[in-house]
Design a protein around this ligand. Structure first.
Ligand code: FEO
Length: 408
């Protein structure tokens, strides 16, 4: 990816990662992800956020800096907004090329730098309100943004250009091509990034939603012309759009979310699956959008994103050896970890010789603050009465969801 000027003396230098790896070793990124670093040049030069040695990202960084006539040893300051290795992993490689560079980070980041990279020298700790004058009118302001995404995180703001370097906040999955700004892409591409922003939020940031709100509030006095995150698009035409999107996603944690329903299902021999259509018919009869995800066939990353923005959830799974169908247990575990709270929910599913899934479902969801409707459960093959009950329950859920979201 070619370096791109954001403003006089400020450049985006990004590397696309699209090698089939999982993000955080966990989340599929079939359309990749970008690692965004930023160069700010006054009399002194600062690099904001580094990269991991991943898919040759440091080589890209080196090449693009070189095109700007900047070699690694000309960088005076390395600003680490966040210590997660996607932004710091190449630390020792960088310091080999530039041992005199001063590293700027928060107090909570200092021990992480030491334990991950053995670096203790030439480190400057900053806190909210501290500034760094680079000369030629470029001045950086630091604002702590704890838990967006790790506890040590901060954002950096360049005063003259009003660019906010927000690290993980306001980021998304998805590689960048030559178009890196929000005003350079069409509606279809915007829809793609919106989808990947939601999935990134649900996978990476969701557990910290209350901190997202606090961070956005703490930036309210900054006049922001450009938002430059460490993953995904740079927002210069409408930075308010990505702030509003993040605020909305964070608010979903308290419910209700959108007037939509996510159905997650798994089936062993087709008996649970046979009811799926009836549930969906019931939901659709109320004109409520429904998102359907099968486990284990599809990675839970996608169900997590749908569930995050849905007010209603349906879990369909049979009993498996007196308990839940195992892939659903993993999904519910993720939902608890990621705080998929305050949903209206019911479960459907079959059993062979004895039930048990519902009992485990009740226990596993105790901490989710979900509001339950009666389950639809049966032995063996589903009768027409069960189909009708499933349609009815789908309809009831859809009505409840509309009511919760302020509709009919
Ligand atoms: Fe992109 Fe939390 O690191």
């Amino acid at each position: 990816m070619k370096a791109v000027m954001i403003s006089e003396g400020i450049y985006h230098i990004g590397a696309n990662i699209q090698n089939g790896d999982l993000f955080e070793g966990l989340w599929p990124i079939p359309d990749g992800v970008s690692l965004n670093s930023y160069l700010v040049q006054g009399e002194k030069t600062a690099l904001i956020d580094l990269m991991r040695d991943w898919n040759d990202a440091p080589l890209t960084l080196e090449k693009e800096l070189h095109r700007l006539n900047v070699e690694f040893d000309a960088i005076d300051y390395l600003i680490l907004n966040h210590m997660e290795p996607d932004h710091t992993g190449w630390m020792n490689g960088f310091l080999e090329r530039n041992p005199g560079c001063q590293i700027i980070l928060t107090k909570r980041a200092e021990p992480i730098l030491k334990e991950f990279f053995g670096v203790t020298e030439n480190v400057r700790v900053v806190k909210t309100g501290d500034t760094l004058d680079l000369g030629k009118g470029k001045e950086l302001l630091f604002v702590e943004a704890p838990n967006v995404h790790w506890p040590e995180t901060m954002v950096t703001y360049e005063k003259s250009s009003r660019v906010l370097f927000s690290c993980d906040a306001f980021g998304s999955y998805g590689c960048l091509d030559d178009a890196v700004f929000d005003d350079q892409i069409d509606d279809e591409k915007h829809a793609f990034y919106e989808k990947e922003t939601l999935r990134y939020y649900a996978n990476i940031v969701a557990s910290f939603s209350s901190f997202v709100i606090k961070a956005i509030d703490s930036m309210k006095d900054l006049e922001i012309d450009v938002i430059a995150p460490s993953h995904g698009l740079i927002w210069r035409e409408n930075p308010g759009a990505i702030i509003d999107r993040y605020r909305k996603y964070a608010a979903y944690a308290q419910g209700p979310a959108e007037p939509e329903i996510t159905v997650i299902w798994g089936s062993m021999y087709g008996n649970t699956q046979s009811i799926l259509k009836s549930v969906i018919q019931g939901i659709r009869s109320e004109n409520v959008p429904v998102h359907v995800h099968q486990v284990p066939n599809e990675d839970p990353s996608y169900a997590l994103a749908s569930a995050w923005k849905s007010t209603g959830i349906v879990c369909g799974m049979p009993t498996y050896e007196y308990k839940m169908f195992p892939p659903m247990a993993y999904v519910l575990d993720l939902f608890e970890r990621k705080h998929v709270f305050h949903k209206k929910v019911f479960r459907f599913g079959s059993f062979g010789w004895s039930g048990g899934a519902q009992k485990e479902f009740d226990t596993r969801t105790e901490k989710l603050k979900w509001d339950f409707m009666a389950p639809v459960e049966w032995q063996g093959r589903a009768s027409e009465e069960i189909h009708e009950l499933a349609r009815q329950r789908g309809r009831e859920l859809a009505r409840e969801v509309k009511k919760l979201c302020g509709g009919e």
